[in-house]
Design a protein around this ligand. Structure first.
Ligand code: NAD
Length: 427
């Protein structure tokens, strides 16, 4: 049997639950260790996925001879230190997005991997979704003509994110830092156009959130194209993970919609519609296997991402998503924060050392002083739903959603709701 890459999972939070199920299907890798400072988390993950070794000490685990590579799934402000630690011990690195909290930390990660001769692949898993690969193939075919504009809507009022690092000041970012890298990377990869300039309006709409939760960002790209990104954690949409794109070309418009499922953890393909002159409409479907195992292998992005990571280690080739890719989009995220505060366009490359914690304080003060609106919404009784149960039951399956509770678009009756209430209490 060909050699399997022995992998450790560093950080046993939400993202570990997305990677670890893939190992059951991977021929080229095995999961050897789980590491987390929180022993309860690491024990739970190891039990759930049958992982032989556990540790709550990353420094000790990094020295293990039983590990070839690590998935870094800790909060972004720790990625650089963790990458340096594992690279120094000769371990290949699959680093989650956002690559880091600062551009300087991104550079540290790239330098550490180069200096130690290990592979560095960025966790931009959207590139490994079959639907998104189909979009790239359509664009590359020239069906849209010259692309002049792209649009992204990303509503992510997912209750599972409440209480994670995203709600803490220390990582110096919220919704845009979390999801901007995915959206920016996708548009850049689809169109092949680097980002040249950034302008943005950013808000902390939720009164007690220490980081930003809402952003509109305009990116100027190479080849005269621009892209507009709307992201928020406060949304009353039907679904909690709307992930919608429009790509406008001189000869066609491509619409990519994920309305009926949460794409991060779904095997469903997006709805992909190509409109061209003469009312020509084509719908594309990425298909499923005949059984669930085949469907996972064909459509699960974390499986495909891990397989690509193993291939670049085994065949000694360039990773399909590089550290430079991760740093480019993180630069655009930081530039968006600065653009919003200073009211100016920021050109890339943008490598200034920015104190993001201070910047967020300034944004909150500015918004409190300038905004005419009080975004606080008093909890009020919801009108009763007059929809029969069987109709609700026939809606497409999703995670733990029931219906919007009416409080900032967050869905009610979920296990983390109590955390949200605590967050909403005035300081
Ligand atoms: N690609 C995706 O779709 C996706 C989805 C979720 C998260 N992520 C990314 O994964 C990373 C982690 O996010 P999450 O949602 O899992 O966060 P989380 O808060 O759920 O989990 C982070 C884990 O890291 C552990 N940790 C903290 N400090 C540590 C240390 N010094 N050593 C070892 N473990 C430590 C925590 O105890 C926690 O269990 C982030 O970069 C995030 O953006 C990506």
């Amino acid at each position: 049997m060909a050699k399997k890459v022995k992998i450790a999972m560093l950080g046993c939070g939400a993202v570990a639950d997305l990677y670890l199920p893939a190992f059951r299907f991977l021929q080229c890798a095995e999961i050897r260790a789980a590491i987390d400072i929180d022993l309860r988390m690491v024990q739970e993950m190891a039990g759930r996925y049958n992982i032989p070794q556990i540790s709550n000490d990353a420094s000790e685990a990094a020295q293990s001879d039983d590990i070839d590579a690590v998935i870094i799934g800790t909060p972004p402000d720790l990625h650089a230190a963790h990458a340096e630690l594992f690279a120094a011990n000769g371990k290949h690195i699959l680093c989650e997005k956002p690559m880091a909290s600062t551009v300087q930390d991104c550079q540290r990660i790239i330098d550490a991997c180069k200096a130690n001769g290990v592979k560095l692949q960025m966790g931009h898993m959207k590139r490994f979704m079959r639907g998104n690969q189909k979009v790239k193939a359509i664009i590359d075919s020239g069906a849209l003509g010259k692309i002049f504009m792209a649009e992204c809507h990303w509503d992510c009022a997912v209750p599972q994110l409440i209480g994670t690092y995203r709600e803490q000041k220390v990582t110096a970012g919220g919704s845009l830092q979390d999801h901007g890298p995915h959206a920016f990377d996708l548009i850049r990869w689809w169109t092949g156009n680097d980002i040249l300039e950034v302008s943005a309006s950013i808000r902390s709409v939720h009164p007690n959130r220490p980081t930003e939760d809402t952003a509109a960002v305009i990116l100027e790209h190479e080849n005269g194209m621009f892209s507009c990104h709307h992201l928020t954690r406060i949304s009353y949409g039907r679904e909690h993970g709307q992930d919608t794109y429009r790509i406008y070309g001189t000869e066609g418009t491509l619409v990519v919609r994920n309305d009926h499922h949460f794409p991060t953890m779904s095997l469903e393909s997006p709805e992909i519609i190509l409109y061209r002159a003469g009312d020509c409409i084509q719908r594309f479907d990425t298909h499923h296997g005949w059984n669930i195992d085949d469907s996972v292998v064909m459509n699960f992005p974390f499986y495909n991402q891990l397989e690509a990571f193993c291939e670049c280690i085994i065949n000694d080739t360039e990773p399909r998503v590089t550290g430079e890719d991760g740093m480019h989009v993180l630069e655009a995220v930081i530039a968006a924060y600065v653009s919003s505060l200073k009211g100016m366009k920021i050109k890339l490359p943008f490598r200034e050392n920015i104190d993001l914690t201070a910047l967020f304080e300034d944004v909150k003060k500015r918004d409190a002083a300038n905004l005419k609106y009080d975004y606080t919404i008093e909890p009020k009784a919801q009108p009763p739903l007059s929809i029969p149960e069987h109709f609700i039951g026939s809606r497409p399956p999703r995670t733990k959603e029931t219906w919007s509770s009416g409080e900032h678009g967050l869905v009610g009756k979920v296990w983390l709701e109590g955390l949200m209430r605590r967050l909403r209490k005035p300081a």
